[in-house]
Design a protein around this ligand. Structure first.
Ligand code: MN
Ligand code: MN
Length: 468
C-alpha cells in the first residue's frame, strides 16, 4: 500500500497527466529495481482507477467470457486515453494480457464474486492460508421452527480461536434450553427474540433483544432463544473456540432422552408415569407458541432468589459510536462496556464507499470477521513476502491471525459493514500511521524513502477508517 498521505484525497478525483507521469516513473523504477509495485491497481494515488478496474472486471465476469474480452479491450483503451494517450507498459498480467487468460473450465459466478483471486493484485504473493468462508456453502440444518449453519475450524482451517453459527428462528421457534463448553456472544441480524438464562448464583435472566443487540452467555450457563412476533429472528452466534460445534452442546431434551424414567421420577419426586411423554431424542430447534409479555416471564421466573443482577444482553445502538470519520465509523464493545463479555471483544465497523479500514494489526488475538452488508476486499500481509487479497460480501466469514497486518477496502457503492471479533476481554489494535508517527522521524525516513513533509502529513492518531 502506498505511503503517500495524499492517496486518500486522490480517491475523489480522476487521474491527471501528472498522475500518469508519476505512474510511469514508478513503473520505470520497478523495472530498474526488479521490484513489484502496485501500479494503477493498488497504489493509493490510483485508487480510483483501481476501483473502476475492479468494477469493470466484476461486470465482465458476470456476463461471460466473450463480453469479458470486449470489456477488457474497451477498458484498456479508456485508461490509455486518460493517461494522455501514453501507453504504460503493462507492469503485470492484465485483463487483456495472454498471461492472465483462463481458457479452461471455470465458474463465472464464483470468479465474479472473487475478482482478486481471479486476477490477484500485483502486490499479492505466495501461499497465504485461505481466510474466507461463505456461510452460503455451509450445511444448513433444517428443522421445524428454524435452521442453523456453522463455520468452524472444520470449514475454515485457519479459524482456530473462534467459530460462528448463523441461526434462523420463526416467531415462536425455539433454540432449545442448552449450554456448551464455549462462551457464546451473539449479534441480532434481523427481527427480535426472547433469551433466557440462569446465572451462576441460580438467579433467572429473561430479556428481549432486537436488531443490532448483543448477548453473551459464559460456558456452562444454561440458556435459550425464541423468535418473537412478527417474523422471528436471524442472528449470528460467535463462540470462543474454533472447534465448537452446534452438534455437540448439552441439550435438555437430549439429556432427558438418555436418562431412565425411574431415575427422573426419583430425582423430581414425581411419578414415573408423568415422564411418559418425555422426548425420545433431542429437539435442538422446534416450533412452539410465541411467548406472552416479558413481564409475565420475569414474574414467573424470579423465584425466591429474585432475578439475576447480571445483564446478559447489550443494546449496541444505545451506546455512542466509538469513533466516527469521513470514511466510516466503529463501535467497540468489550468487557469495559459489556461487563459479562469477559472472553469476547467486538468492533462493529462501517466503511463508506471509497473508504478503507486502515492498515493495522491486533497484538493480542486472532480476528474473526462476519460481513453484514456491502462489498469489500481484505488484504492480509503474512510475512516472508507473502500477501493475499480476498473479496467479501454479506454472509462471508473472514479471519486474520494474531499480529498479521491487514486492511479492508469498500469496493462497492454502498456502506460496507462487518464485525471484528476477538477471543479477549479487551479490544486492541495498532495502526501503521500511529506507529510511523510515534517513531523518531529520521529513523522512519531512512526506511521508507519518503520526505519529511509526507511523514508530517500522516495521521498522528489512529483513524480506524480513512479518510479522516
Ligand atoms: Mn448457545
Ligand atoms: Mn483488524
Amino acid at each position: 500500500m502506498s505511503f503517500d498521505p495524499k492517496s486518500d484525497d486522490a480517491t475523489s478525483r480522476d487521474a491527471t497527466s501528472d498522475d500518469a507521469a508519476n505512474f510511469d516513473a514508478k513503473i520505470d523504477r520497478a523495472k530498474i529495481e526488479g521490484a513489484k509495485i502496485g501500479g494503477a491497481k493498488i497504489d493509493g494515488a490510483k485508487m480510483e482507477d483501481s476501483r473502476k478496474d475492479q468494477f469493470s472486471r466484476r461486470g465482465f465476469l458476470g456476463v461471460g467470457s466473450a463480453a469479458l474480452a470486449a470489456g477488457m479491450l474497451s477498458n484498456a483503451a479508456g485508461q490509455n486515453s486518460k493517461q494522455d494517450s501514453k501507453p504504460a507498459p503493462p507492469p503485470y498480467p492484465t485483463k487483456g494480457d495472454k498471461n492472465s487468460s483462463a481458457p479452461g473450465p471455470g465458474n463465472p459466478a464464483i470468479d465474479a464474486q472473487n475478482p482478486d483471486s481471479f486476477l490477484p493484485p500485483q502486490t499479492d504473493a505466495g501461499g497465504v492460508q485461505t481466510f474466507k468462508y461463505p456461510f452460503g456453502i455451509s450445511h444448513k440444518r433444517m428443522q421445524e421452527g428454524g435452521w442453523s449453519r456453522e463455520v468452524t475450524v472444520r470449514e475454515l482451517q485457519v479459524s482456530k480461536s473462534i467459530a460462528g453459527v448463523d441461526m434462523r428462528l420463526t416467531a415462536g421457534g425455539v433454540r432449545e434450553l442448552h449450554w456448551h463448553t464455549a462462551a457464546e456472544w451473539a449479534f441480532m441480524l434481523y427481527g427480535s427474540a426472547r433469551i433466557t438464562g440462569l446465572d451462576a448464583d441460580g438467579k433467572s435472566f429473561v430479556g428481549d433483544v432486537g436488531e443490532g443487540d448483543l448477548w453473551y452467555f459464559p460456558p456452562g450457563i444454561p440458556h435459550s432463544i425464541q423468535g418473537l412476533n412478527p417474523d422471528g429472528a436471524e442472528f449470528l452466534l460467535v463462540f470462543d473456540d474454533g472447534n465448537f460445534s452446534e452438534y455437540e452442546t448439552v441439550l435438555l431434551t437430549d439429556w432427558m432422552a438418555h436418562t431412565p424414567h425411574d431415575v427422573l421420577s426419583k430425582n423430581f419426586g414425581v411419578s414415573e408415569q408423568a415422564m411418559e411423554k418425555m422426548p425420545r431424542r433431542e429437539k435442538f430447534i422446534f416450533q412452539a407458541a410465541v411467548p406472552g409479555p416479558l413481564a409475565e416471564d420475569l414474574k414467573a421466573t424470579s423465584g425466591s432468589l429474585g432475578l439475576s443482577t447480571q445483564d446478559f444482553a447489550f443494546r449496541t445502538t444505545q451506546q455512542a459510536v466509538t469513533k466516527r470519520t469521513k470514511g466510516g465509523e466503529v463501535r467497540i464493545v468489550d468487557s469495559s462496556k459489556f461487563k459479562v463479555s469477559t472472553t469476547i471483544a467486538a468492533a462493529i465497523v462501517t466503511v463508506h464507499p471509497g473508504g478503507i479500514r486502515e492498515l493495522h494489526w491486533h497484538p493480542n488475538a486472532d480476528e474473526w470477521q462476519y460481513y453484514i452488508a456491502g462489498q469489500g476486499r481484505m488484504t492480509v500481509f503474512a510475512t516472508g513476502g507473502r500477501a493475499r487479497t480476498m473479496d467479501f460480501q454479506a454472509g462471508d466469514v473472514g479471519y486474520v491471525l494474531k499480529t498479521l497486518p491487514h486492511y479492508v477496502q469498500n469496493t462497492g457503492d454502498t456502506d460496507l459493514k462487518f464485525l471484528e471479533m476477538f477471543k479477549s476481554n479487551v479490544y486492541q489494535d495498532l495502526a501503521l500511521s500511529q506507529w510511523l508517527t510515534h517513531t523518531p522521524p529520521d529513523l522512519v525516513l531512512a526506511h521508507l524513502g519518503i520526505d519529511k513533509a509526507t511523514l508530517e502529513a500522516m495521521p498522528k492518531d489512529e483513524v480506524v477508517v480513512m479518510p479522516k
